[in-house]
Design a protein around this ligand. Structure first.
Ligand code: 3PG
Length: 213
């Protein structure tokens, strides 16, 4: 894996974030993730102002790896990059996004769950693919089956991952890192329950450390 992918893989868990009030919540959330041992975030464009959130998180915690998720259009890539996003994630594979990210030399993790999509990703030489929605698409059993013909890829599953199945996913050598929103629940963000978020991040990190030694 290249150094950037390895850095994400070393952290092991990527919080997937949706912020309705970036000006209020992005800074304390960035601090909570770093304090909890998960200094990485996929900030989704499911909420308006995702680019604002990315900018604030990078300013608050400059060493944190902050990327954009649920990116569906080239315009969103532009907005994310202008805000300082270091990687782009999309739920599916999109050639326009792939070309744009290649042009910008920006890491792109397309969502792929089928042999056809894996083959499309192969054309671009990616090392790590998002696998979304993981549990609903066949989970670890499908990821392992896909790794037989596609041993060149490491996988970043998201969708349905929690503290209950994190260890099982991370124990599979095909997994680069797991993504999830279970440690950044909307209610806890809304109520500013940063201590709970820090605790869930620490529990996640402990599982990463246990599995990876
Ligand atoms: C994603 O966009 O990657 C997922 O929505 C995260 O899935 P989860 O909410 O089930 O963790």
């Amino acid at each position: 894996m290249n150094a950037f992918n390895q850095a994400i893989s070393n952290i092991g868990v990527v919080p997937v974030i949706k912020l309705n009030h970036p000006e209020r919540d992005a800074a304390p959330l960035a601090k909570a993730l770093c304090e909890g041992g998960l200094p990485v975030a996929e900030v989704t464009f499911r909420a308006a102002g995702a680019d604002k959130a990315i900018k604030i998180m990078k300013e608050t915690c400059p060493d944190m790896i902050v990327g954009a998720g649920t990116v569906l259009t080239v315009a969103q890539v532009d907005a994310a990059v202008a805000a300082g996003a270091q990687f782009i994630v999309s739920p599916g594979f999109n050639y326009k996004l792939a070309d744009k990210c290649q042009e910008l030399n920006l890491p792109y993790f397309p969502g792929c769950t089928t042999p056809t999509e894996y083959q499309m990703a192969l054309e671009y030489g990616y090392e790590v693919l998002k696998f979304f929605p993981a549990e609903q698409s066949g989970g670890l059993a499908k990821i392992k089956a896909m790794s037989a013909p596609f041993a060149m890829f490491k996988i970043m599953p998201t969708g349905g991952i929690s503290l209950k199945n994190l260890e099982e996913y991370l124990s599979c050598p095909v997994i680069a890192a797991c993504g999830g929103s279970y440690m950044v629940k909307a209610d806890d963000i809304e109520s500013g329950n940063w201590d709970k978020i820090i605790d869930l991040c620490k529990q996640s990190r402990a599982i990463v450390d246990k599995v990876r030694g």
